[in-house]
Design a protein around this ligand. Structure first.
Ligand SMILES: CC(C)(COP(=O)(O)OP(=O)(O)OC[C@H]1O[C@@H](n2cnc3c(N)ncnc32)[C@H](O)[C@@H]1OP(=O)(O)O)[C@@H](O)C(=O)NCCC(=O)NCCS
Length: 189
């Protein structure tokens, strides 16, 4: 996803008063879709559930946040396994493919504040950028995926990695910033 595809959205001028988003615990019956054999464990918080689709045979571990938004969707493919305490952000759009593994405490972000100018950063405009996690990919414990990233099909992201660039299909990446350490398909790294 190139920078020119990042959508820029301006907020109203000036700071806004904080407003509660509720508990995120009353998502039952409100998801856009949810497969019949999917398991969503206790303590999972789901915001804007009508913008979130969860496939079948999905497991979502305890205390994960599906941080939906009034714009942008979260789509989780059939057979995905998502560990406990993850933070999955949907404002810019998030698509997790089929049979993807997401380790505990993974963070996926889909927006950031524009850093230009001298306003307090949190009062500056937000930029949204979707994240795609390809079918069969695996994200190690505690990995952080930044806005606009595509993790290719069958790729592996190491524990604790910070993913700042797209990851090719079947690449294994690790570290901060994440770099390719090998390829699962025998290709040159
Ligand atoms: C990234 C990973 C998949 C690599 O496994 P591997 O292909 O067997 O790679 P190796 O262990 O041979 O390591 C290759 C190199 O990457 C480094 N490396 C491996 N994992 C790393 C990590 N998480 N962060 C930083 N560097 C890492 C190794 O130190 C080694 O570096 P070197 O060549 O300079 O010695 C694995 O180490 C990992 O992090 N797995 C995630 C485990 C996890 O979170 N599971 C979740 C279960 S729900």
């Amino acid at each position: 996803m190139g920078v020119d595809e990042v959508t820029k959205v301006n907020r109203d001028d000036g700071p806004k008063l904080p407003r509660s988003r509720g508990t995120g615990l009353d998502w039952n019956q409100k998801l856009a879709a949810c497969g019949p054999t999917t398991v969503i464990e206790d303590g999972t918080r789901i915001f804007f559930p009508h913008n979130i689709s969860v496939g079948d045979r999905v497991f979502i571990g305890h205390d994960t946040h599906l941080d939906g938004y009034h714009a942008g969707r979260i789509d989780i493919g059939d057979g995905a396994w998502i560990g406990s305490f993850c933070f999955l952000h949907g404002a810019g759009g998030l698509r997790i493919g089929r049979d993807v593994g997401v380790g505990p405490r993974v963070t996926i972000l889909t927006s950031e504040h524009d850093l230009s100018g001298t306003l307090s950063v949190i009062h500056g405009p937000l930029r949204f950028a979707p994240v795609f996690i390809g079918d069969g990919a695996d994200l190690g414990c505690g990995a952080i995926v930044l806005p606009g990233i595509t993790v290719g099909a069958g790729a592996v992201v190491g524990a604790g990695a910070v993913v700042t660039r797209d990851v090719p299909d079947f690449a294994v990446v690790a570290g901060n910033p994440a770099r390719i350490v090998r390829r699962r398909d025998g290709a040159e790294k």
